[in-house]
Write a protein that binds this ligand. Structure first.
Ligand code: CUA
Length: 155
């Protein structure tokens, strides 16, 4: 069987592209610790407000330097919409929606998740640098979507 020169070049190029893509994934997972957020639990949207810990949203210190931020997402706000932690904290966000799909994105961090009704979203992030981090819903969720934001204040 005769393989045309250009066909061979494209075949080799294809294999090289596949391998470099695979290498990039391996490096980001093993080296940089990049992960896909997993559902941390299930919760019916209509039961969010009456089920712990979402019946008492807010920030609590769970151990030295480690915080838990329980947040309820609803059209078109986060409750609470202001999270305050000292610099050097590790914050685990637990978020659930009472209605539609929302987004959960914190600028200049790796926090970028979906809040899917029926599901608890859990993401952990270290906040070493003091400052204000904008938190936004980055999934279109209706007419008031652009008003759905908050902030993480690192003191
Ligand atoms: Cu919630 Cu967009």
């Amino acid at each position: 069987m005769k393989i045309d020169y250009y066909e061979k070049v494209f075949l080799i190029l294809g294999v090289v592209m596949l391998l470099s893509g695979l290498t990039a994934i391996l490096i980001s997972v093993a080296g940089a610790g990049v992960m896909v957020p997993e559902p941390a639990g299930r919760i019916a949207p209509e039961e969010v407000r009456t089920t712990a810990p979402f019946d008492q949203p807010g920030v609590r210190e769970i151990s030295a330097g480690k915080y838990e931020a329980v947040i309820v997402a609803q059209i078109w706000s986060f409750s609470p919409n202001e999270i305050r932690v000292p610099a050097g904290s590790e914050v685990t966000f637990r978020v659930a929606s009472t209605d539609v799909i929302h987004g959960f994105f914190i600028e200049n961090t790796q926090v970028n998740a979906m809040i899917i009704p029926g599901q608890i979203t859990e993401v952990t992030q270290d906040f070493d640098e003091p400052g204000e981090y904008l938190l936004i819903c980055h999934e279109y969720c209706g007419i008031g979507h652009h008003n759905m934001w908050g902030r993480v204040i690192v003191e």
